[in-house]
Design a protein around this ligand. Structure first.
Ligand code: ZN
Length: 264
């Protein structure tokens, strides 16, 4: 008789589900696995995605966000610029990957409300090297560990303005060491002059102290919007890497699941 007792991880406090859950039937292994997405550079969505879709770029690396906020305070993907997988990296790029990994971890961990940053590389979906960085919100002990990827889709999305501000902060942090920051701070939702009359009295202390902010906002009006700016696809419940809306990428899941929303 096979052991039908549930796996012990279902008893972990971080396991996101309760109630009766049944393990799926294990499918037979295939003799030859299908190619991943973009196995050939000519068909690779990452190779064909322009820099504008990223929050920061350099000669050898690019960092992208999802196209909209998700449940975790920050989820970013580090990609090599060249069409390589992890095991293909020459020594110089392999060494740089180590430096970039530590640098990006620090940048994300510096954000308010972030306790820890988890770094993951799966590579079952897209062939082009991409490493996930996922931030766990401070104090959320229930989110500790490997189920964080599931909680990212369970939790309500974080506020978009805060998320865009954080993208700009990470991009600026990385740019301290080189490369180009492409994520800009969000536009401030400044009141139109016609609405000042009714609110002038209550707003006046704020306005008096915000002249610099107003100027900054005016400057921003002429700049390129942040990576991924735009309207999310309403029919798709799951955030995707910005600039990659038409091509499913592999989702941040520890186990590939060809039946899931986007991971094959
Ligand atoms: Zn590629």
């Amino acid at each position: 008789m096979p052991d039908t007792s549930p796996p012990t991880f279902t008893e972990w406090s971080s396991f996101p589900f309760e109630g009766d859950i049944r393990v799926k039937q294990l499918e037979d292994p295939v003799d030859i696995e299908p190619p991943r997405m973009g196995e050939d550079a000519a068909d690779c969505a990452k190779c064909h995605t322009p820099d504008e879709a990223y929050i920061w770029v350099s000669d050898n690396w690019r960092v992208r966000s999802m196209d909209r906020p998700s449940g975790l305070p920050m989820v970013l993907i580090l990609e090599s610029r060249s069409h390589l997988d992890l095991g293909d990296l020459p020594n110089m790029l392999a060494a740089e990957l180590g430096v970039m990994t530590v640098r990006l971890e620090r940048a994300i961990r510096s954000l308010d409300g972030v306790a820890r940053v988890h770094v993951n590389r799966w590579g079952d979906g897209a062939a082009h090297l991409h490493v996930w960085f996922m931030a766990r919100p401070y104090g959320r002990l229930q989110l500790r560990g490997t189920f964080l990827t599931l909680w990212d889709e369970i939790l309500p999305p974080v506020p978009e303005a805060q998320w865009r501000e954080n993208l700009a902060l990470v991009a600026a942090w990385l740019a301290e060491f080189g490369g180009e920051p492409l994520a800009k701070p969000p536009r401030i939702d400044w009141k139109a002059p016609s609405s000042f009359n009714s609110t002038a009295l209550t707003l006046s202390p704020t306005l008096a102290g915000s002249a610099g902010v107003a100027q900054a906002d005016a400057d921003l009006a002429n700049q390129t919007p942040p990576a991924g700016a735009g309207t999310p696809a309403a029919e798709d419940a799951s955030p995707r890497p910005a600039g990659d809306a038409s091509t499913p990428d592999d989702a941040p899941q520890p186990v590939a699941d060809s039946g899931s929303r986007s991971d094959t």
